[in-house]
Ligand binder design. Structure first.
Ligand code: NAD
Length: 255
């Protein structure tokens, strides 16, 4: 994959799919700027890779100042910005149960939708003048289809699918808008993947069995399987791919 000497800023890089992407990009020869609010997670990532091509910065994607400072760090300390991977994300399940429905909706939209917008806006300020760049957004199959009603956490009011649907449209709208300027923008829509994000529901054997059953492959995905497609879409190997949404879902959305 053509990622040698590319600089990739990855949000949510301390955990799950973002972390697996950081591993994959480093393995492909890229310089990685790992961004996350989880300072300990970033420290453990850095400890796994003791190499000059990995930089770590604490960044809250919901803050415009953090988004701009991270992009500035990439330009001044890493030598530029070729790829942005928007993997930072939350679900309402991980928020305090005491929060009321409006606070939960706002919190999820802030990270999952506004965070992608702010990071993309900051990155585009560098990519557009350069006439090149690639953005990969982690959305979800829940941005394409509704939550399955057979799962207990599908209460019909969760902001998660709303936030992912917003980024599906952001991907298409921004992808088309900036296609002629050499910036490619794509999204990956995974089905259920084993990461800390799903750990609190896969712990229930019945729920876990139902989650597996929903995939034609009969299993959930692994973070590395998503990271492989992230790396492809970010790389020049995907040079004619833009404004598209790629299900990486074991057949889930084809049913
Ligand atoms: N795991 C799945 O089943 C699954 C399925 C479809 C889509 N996704 C999406 O993939 C992305 C990665 O999910 P994951 O499973 O790796 O989750 P994860 O919980 O393992 O990792 C998410 C990371 O985002 C970070 N983060 C949260 N809020 C942040 C903020 N405000 N600023 C910066 N970083 C922040 C967390 O600290 C964490 O390190 C998310 O956008 C998620 O919605 C996950």
């Amino acid at each position: 994959m053509d990622l040698v000497d590319k600089v990739a800023l990855i949000t949510g890089a301390a955990s799950g799919i973002g972390r697996a992407s950081a591993h994959r990009f480093l393995a492909e020869g890229a310089t990685v700027l790992a961004c996350d609010i989880d300072e300990d997670g970033l420290a453990s990532l850095a400890a796994e890779h003791e190499q000059e091509r990995l930089h770590c910065v604490v960044c809250d994607v919901t803050l415009r100042t953090d988004a701009e400072a991270s992009v500035d760090y990439a330009v001044t300390q890493c030598g530029g910005l070729d790829c942005l991977v928007n993997s930072a994300g939350i679900t309402p399940r991980t928020l305090p149960p005491t929060a009321d429905f409006e606070a939960r909706w706002d919190a999820v939209m802030e990270v999952n939708a506004k965070g992608v917008f702010l990071m993309s806006h900051a990155a585009l300020a560098v990519m557009r003048p350069a006439g090149r760049g690639s953005i990969v957004n982690l959305v979800s199959i829940m941005g394409i289809v509704a939550y399955p009603t057979s799962l207990p956490f599908s209460d019909g009011y969760t902001a998660y699918p709303h936030s992912k649907g917003a980024v599906v449209q952001m991907t298409k709208e921004m992808g088309v808008r900036f296609a002629s300027e050499g910036v490619r923008i794509n999204a990956i829509a995974p089905a259920f993947v084993y990461t800390p994000l799903t750990a609190n529901v896969t712990g229930d054997p019945e729920v876990h069995a139902e989650m597996r059953r929903l995939h034609p492959m009969g299993r959930m995905g692994r973070a590395e399987e998503i990271a492989a497609v992230v790396a492809f879409l970010a790389s020049e190997d995907a040079s004619f791919v833009t404004a598209s949404v790629w299900p990486v879902d074991g057949g889930y959305t084809a049913q």
